[in-house]
Design a protein around this ligand. Structure first.
Ligand code: NAP
Ligand code: G4F
Length: 324
């Protein structure tokens, strides 16, 4: 049986990746930071199948200890302060976690066992003010937020440890991917949750920021499969993972309301400048042809299906009286 270590196990992707790797027969170790109240809601159903180790990727020794306990063959670094919006309020800690934290993981692996394969959760936010469309593995970066420039350090650290020490270290440059497990502060979940509340008569409107931004949205369970495939290759390489289709926030809102049979969605949506960002990433669209050829990976769920999945899940959640 192969052992695997996942940082960010309590997050959206960590929970889906843990399910996938358990189904493939891995022994899963998750790395979870200490919080004052329990934050394991996304992995409650997995707690008797995985081992949770306490640690924080800003704390090198805790990473080293986790390696010693888990003895992983694969290490997926999904831990991050992942909300772009908060990164302007938390620029230093975002850099500590999303930038330096990656260096700490790589150093720990290099010193403990450089044979461990390393996956870094890189992001389309690296492209920021885009230099070409669609974006592929060779498109130059221009990050537009503390989150973006912190992740840029993580990206280049991964490339450099691969080139300098011949380690199997690879970046997945993932475009936005969503699910019913998405954090409530991200725009897709904010919309699906808001639409579900409107459907159930609990709310009258949703208040959003920039409706014109475009994103390439996929379905998270498909994207964690791409992560695994990246680490199964003969050679460590970086991959763009995306659907190849971009839609505006307005399109997402329209589809989400259509899922509950409402066409005149405009009367339910307000905008407020407090949700605008100091610098916006206006349009992201990925070219995942390299992944399609080498990894045999392609996204299947389109925007209309994605919004239905998310809105229906939120209707069920709220109806059962459960929290976001
Ligand atoms: P998420 O739901 O916000 O999960 C982030 C995880 O990181 C949580 O488990 C969180 O723990 C953990 N974490 C935060 N700070 C930590 C620290 N100092 N030490 C240890 N763990 C820490 O994010 P996600 O959507 O699953 O994304 C997973 C990764 O992919 C992130 O690195 C994100 O930046 C990247 N990414 C995401 C997308 C996307 O569209 N979802 C696209 C590209 C890249 P708590 O539960 O304690 O907060
Ligand atoms: O849902 P978002 O907050 O996601 P964003 O900024 O694209 O970042 C996500 O995807 C990245 C991959 O590209 C990940 F690396 C990152 O970790 C995260 O998962 O915002 C999407 C867009 C933005 O243009 C934002 O300005 O939606 C716009 N928006 C409009 N109204 C809003 C709102 N975003 C949020 N969060 N809340 C709003 O009310």
């Amino acid at each position: 049986m192969k052992n695997v270590l996942i940082t960010g196990i309590t997050g959206q992707d960590g929970s889906y990746l843990a399910e996938l790797l358990l189904s493939k027969g891995y022994r899963v170790y998750g790395y979870n930071r200490r919080t004052s109240s329990q934050n394991t809601t996304r992995i409650t159903h997995l707690l008797d199948k995985i081992t949770v180790l306490y640690g924080d990727i800003t704390d090198s020794f805790s990473i080293y200890k986790a390696l010693k306990t888990a003895e992983p063959v694969e290490f997926y670094n999904l831990a991050a302060q992942s909300f772009v919006g908060s990164s302007w309020d938390l620029p230093e800690s975002t850099c500590e976690i999303d930038g330096l934290g990656v260096v700490k993981c790589l150093e720990a692996i290099k010193n403990y066992n450089p044979e461990i394969k390393f996956y870094q959760a890189s992001t389309s936010e690296l492209y920021g003010k885009v230099k070409e469309s669609p974006q592929n593995e060779n498109t130059p970066f221009h990050p537009r937020s503390p989150y973006g420039f912190a992740k840029m350090m993580g990206y280049w650290a991964t490339v450099n440890y691969r080139e300098s020490y011949n380690m199997f270290a690879a970046n997945g440059i993932l475009f936005n991917h969503e699910s019913p497990r998405r954090g409530i502060e991200f725009v897709t979940r904010k919309i699906s949750y808001g639409v579900a509340k409107i459907k159930l008569g609990l709310e009258k409107t949703i208040t959003l920021g920039n409706l014109d931004a475009k994103r390439d949205w996929g379905y998270a369970p498909e994207y964690v499969d791409a992560m695994w495939r990246i680490l199964q290759q003969k050679q460590a390489e970086d991959y763009v993972i995306a659907t190849g289709k971009a839609h505006t926030i307005r399109d997402f809102v329209r589809e989400a309301f259509a899922a509950i049979g409402i066409n005149n969605w405009e009367q339910y949506v307000k905008t407020d400048a407090k949700f605008l960002r100091p610098a916006e990433v206006h349009e992201l669209i990925g070219d995942a042809r390299k992944a399609e050829i080498n990894l045999k990976w392609k996204s299947k769920i389109d925007l209309s299906e994605l919004t239905k999945i998310m809105v229906n899940a939120d209707i069920e959640l709220i109806s059962k009286g459960e929290h976001k």
